[in-house]
Design a protein around this ligand. Structure first.
Ligand SMILES: Cc1cc2nc3c(=O)[nH]c(=O)nc-3n(C[C@H](O)[C@H](O)[C@H](O)COP(=O)(O)OP(=O)(O)OC[C@H]3O[C@@H](n4cnc5c(N)ncnc54)[C@H](O)[C@@H]3O)c2cc1C
Length: 313
């Protein structure tokens, strides 16, 4: 196995890669180290070598749920490459297996083209299969937990791969039991034969709903806070009159109060401060402790106010 220096010299690990273009917020500094492994063997060598060097790492998907610090990330950022973008269908068993780097809308459309029903809801979530498993992504009344059968996972500590069944993934509302050292390699889903027209109509309806209710065409990372039981974070923030509230180049969307939008030129620090300030106002005025859904990467762990403590990669 190649050591860290060999992986850097061979170009598999690159230094100082700009991360902003890889997130939907288009924010964030550089990764000290960056790797886009083409296949499992590359991923395994890089993560084991990073561990041996004591380099911390984070895996990113399509960056649609991330706020990456303006200072970047001081460790290794892994983004799964071409070998993790395969999709295969077992027609007889009605099972789809999709690589962790597959885009969710691409997967939804591909299944629709082949008249497989079940994954229509992914059309409205701009993430990847890996991110969807980690976050138990859901939309339009369906969540990943409703359709997933299993996921294969690399433990970057030992280098071993295990297949975990759906009920072993700890999938709950926008959460899973995946640890920071665990990387989803692919996932398998149950699908059923469907009517192509009906599948297409459902997807169009979902996209229309999204367009009508959310600030399309803006820089954002979807819902900032999880909904508290029996209520909606957007409703609570809106009821406090916080739509439009601003910190530097970031503001609470006037269209959907749980979407925080960044103007061109805004910074990750602006988003970070807006999230903390809205969280504090909600707590002070209602007593409700909102929990962030977006993940924060590369922010200092010390001196951070309560809401972000448990949500840092
Ligand atoms: C406009 C917009 C609308 C959205 N709407 C929805 C919605 O309706 N429903 C919803 O659930 N979400 C929504 N989101 C949020 C986001 O798309 C989902 O959370 C998605 O699942 C994140 O996937 P990703 O690949 O972008 O992950 P990233 O944002 O890159 O990462 C998110 C988390 O997953 C981890 N992760 C990523 N890949 C892997 C992997 N291979 N193995 C292990 N961990 C991994 C990361 O470390 C991080 O902790 C929306 C976002 C946007 C921008």
């Amino acid at each position: 196995m190649k050591g860290w220096d060999g992986l850097v010299a061979g170009g598999l690990v690159r230094a100082g890669v700009e991360l902003s273009r890889l997130t939907t917020y288009k924010l964030g500094g550089r990764a000290r180290w960056f790797c886009e492994p083409r296949a499992l063997e590359d991923l395994r060598s890089v993560s084991l070598a990073a561990r041996a060097r004591g380099i911390e790492m984070v895996v990113m998907g399509r960056g649609s749920n991330l706020v990456i610090s303006d200072e970047g990330y001081p460790g290794l950022v892994i983004r799964l490459g071409a070998g993790f973008r395969k999709v295969g269908v077992d027609r007889e068993a009605r099972i789809v297996r999709a690589g962790a780097a597959v885009s969710l809308p691409v997967l939804a459309r591909r299944m629709a083209d082949e008249s497989w029903s079940g994954l229509e809801f992914y059309v409205g979530i701009p993430g990847s299969v890996g991110g969807a498993v980690r976050m138990n992504a859901g939309f339009f009344g369906v969540e990943t937990v409703d359709v997933i059968r299993s996921a294969s996972i690399l433990d970057t500590g030992s280098g071993s791969v295990i297949e975990r069944d759906a009920d072993e993934l700890g999938l709950g509302y926008r959460t899973s039991n995946l640890g920071p050292g665990e990387v989803v390699l692919d996932a398998s889903y149950s699908v059923r034969e469907g009517d192509r027209e009906r599948i297409g109509a459902l997807m169009r309806k979902a996209i229309r709903w999204r367009r009508d209710h959310q600030p399309g065409g803006t820089l954002n990372a979807g819902s900032v806070f999880r909904n508290p039981p029996g209520d909606s974070a957007g409703r609570i923030i809106d009821a406090l009159g916080l739509k439009g509230m601003r910190r530097g180049g970031a503001h609470v969307s006037p269209k959907h109060a749980n979407f925080f939008v960044v103007d061109p030129g805004g910074t990750a620090q602006d988003v970070f401060e807006l999230v903390q300030d809205v969280w504090q106002l909600v707590l002070d005025r209602t007593g409700i402790l909102l929990e962030p859904e977006v993940r924060f990467v590369g922010f200092p762990r010390d001196g951070v106010r309560q809401p972000l403590r448990g949500n840092q990669d």
